[in-house]
Design a protein around this ligand. Structure first.
Ligand code: GRG
Length: 294
């Protein structure tokens, strides 16, 4: 199967897996269910569950990973819902649709972000129903929480918010990108490896691969914010400029940013090569991320 078809086939399967874990929209609190499902069903590239699934597949071919795939997309979506709020980026358009706060109100959007975050944990634990290795599930829950929390994504977003409108140097910017963006990709790759039964060196290589994918991914996001268009991206462009944010592009220019994306991607492929199994599809995914237009 050619790469594009294989990717599309995988994304469709991932969408079905995520949908299986979403709450039914009934009961007194159905507004929160609707707001959660709205933001998830709006789509997205599903890069995090894809990465998790493909690292898992290097080791195993069963479905134990599925609750974690749904969980990582819930956490990622919760961060987008909060990131779009008026108190953060104040964006009105995401994944080609009005953002959750525009559609459901500020109050419900805060709750929907909170709900997705905690429901992700409820979902991930369901992996215990599919395996006798509760020890591995527990380790993966720890990774999921740590990479999402104060030493991961929320920590990175904190520094990002605090330094908005301030001069930021390369070291600070890399800290922000590592935590705000790469941490969830690290969680995806590490959980795929741990649940697949990887040894410690292999878990480290999976993490190293994802750190580099994540930083490259964020720099490409900066490039697209300047050079992309709203229809393709499904979200407003020039958001960084509007919010007076220093990005890799404002710091180093587009050409240097492109070079850094290519270098980080090569480092990611180097780390991938330390893992067992057939790397073809994962390598193609990493290469696609460098040239993505959305
Ligand atoms: C509620 C858990 C929680 C966190 C709040 C707001 C916040 C803290 C963190 C924001 C983190 C953030 C938005 C980082 C940017 C990462 C990034 C490049 C997102 C875009 O990801 P894509 O392109 O989006 O994969 P799609 O829509 O394709 O899924």
């Amino acid at each position: 199967m050619i790469f594009k078809e294989r990717l599309e086939d995988n994304i469709n399967k991932i969408d079905r897996i995520i949908n299986d874990y979403l709450p039914a929209e009934c009961g007194h609190q159905k507004t929160i269910f609707e707001a959660m499902n709205y933001s998830i069903k709006a789509g997205g590239k599903r890069i995090r569950p894809l990465l998790m699934q493909e690292v898992y597949r290097l080791f195993k071919a069963d479905s134990v990973i599925e609750p974690f795939m749904a969980a990582i997309e819930m956490i990622h979506t919760s961060s987008l819902v909060h990131d779009d709020l008026p108190c953060m980026d104040n964006d009105e358009y995401r994944r080609g649709l009005p953002t959750t706060w525009v559609k459901y109100g500020y109050d419900m959007a805060v709750l929907a972000g909170d709900a997705l975050l905690i429901y992700a944990m409820e979902t991930a634990v369901k992996a215990c129903e599919r395996t006798e290795r509760a020890d591995l599930v527990a380790r993966c829950i720890k990774i999921l929480a740590a990479k999402s929390g104060i030493y991961g994504m929320i920590g990175g977003q904190t520094v990002d918010v605090e330094l908005t409108e301030c001069p930021v140097n390369k070291e600070q910017l890399e800290f922000i990108y590592h935590l705000k963006t790469a941490a969830l990709l690290e969680a995806s790759a590490m959980i795929g490896a741990v649940l697949g039964g990887a040894d410690e060196e292999q878990v480290k290589s999976a993490e190293e691969m994802a750190t580099n994918i994540g930083i490259a991914f964020q720099i490409q996001d900066d490039i697209l914010d300047v050079l992309g268009d709203q229809d393709t991206l499904g979200k407003p462009v020039r958001s960084d400029e509007k919010n007076n944010k220093t990005t890799y592009v404002t710091l180093a220019g587009v050409e240097k940013a492109r070079k850094e994306v290519a270098e980080r991607s090569a480092l990611a492929i180097g780390a991938l090569q330390k893992l067992p199994g057939d790397h073809t599809f994962l390598k193609e995914i990493i290469e696609m991320l460098i040239t993505r237009e959305k």
